[in-house]
Design a binder for this molecule. Structure first.
Ligand SMILES: [Zn+2]
Length: 206
């Protein structure tokens, strides 16, 4: 565990292939990669009211997300998905979109790794991750951002890339990116103050 979490800024090294891609507890990060062919078997479209872009989540996450959006709405908070399931090939396109011939790939990757996951390493390929409303750090200080930070765990979602944990998660603070792990685990992780990476290696992966 410590070895993996004390990576000294080295990512995409000693990469494991994910063996349990259909588990709702699956860990996908800069060390654990999904297969190129992996597509979740139970993707469903999120209800249109919370989904202007016709995005997909796995069934269990889709139901929980809609429930969360409904409860938030009753409290005057509007939530909608702006990114959810992303395929390996889509992530490939996103990752490579700024590359032009002549830029050495290593140099491109060094820059691009700061802001985009390499294909197979995006949690969005699990169908269990959803970006909500606004992909800006200022989202944290909006009513919706604050509401999610306090309430998402009641619906089974955790804030996946918290502030101050960048060295562990390998990602900048993303107050909009939530990962479904089910209510039981979401509450435990929320109370632990750990990131999912830390919790996974400390508790789940014994
Ligand atoms: Zn995201």
């Amino acid at each position: 565990m410590e070895e993996r979490l004390c990576n000294e800024g080295q990512y995409y090294v000693n990469i494991n292939k994910v063996r349990d891609p259909d588990s709702i507890y699956v860990l996908v990060d800069k060390f654990n990669q999904l297969d190129e062919e992996y597509v979740p078997y139970d993707l469903e479209m999120i209800h249109e009211e919370f989904n202007p872009m016709r995005l997909l989540l796995r069934r269990e996450a889709r139901i929980a997300f809609e429930e969360m959006c409904c409860v938030a709405k009753q409290q005057g908070i509007l939530l909608e998905a702006v990114s959810a399931f992303r395929s390996y090939s889509y992530q490939s396109t996103v990752y490579m979109k700024n590359w032009t011939e002549g830029i050495p790939l290593e140099e491109y990757r060094r820059q691009r790794d700061q802001v985009s996951a390499r294909p197979g390493h995006s949690e969005h390929q699990t169908g269990l991750a959803v970006d909500i409303n606004d992909l800006e750090e200022t989202f944290a200080d909006t009513p919706a951002g604050r509401w999610l930070a306090c309430n998402a765990h009641y619906f089974g979602f955790i804030l996946r890339y918290p502030k101050g944990k960048e060295a562990i998660t390998g990602y900048s603070y993303e107050p909009w990116h939530f990962r479904y792990v089910g209510r039981y685990l979401a509450e435990k992780i929320y109370r632990s103050g750990m990131t999912y990476d830390e919790y996974y290696y400390a508790v789940l992966n014994c």
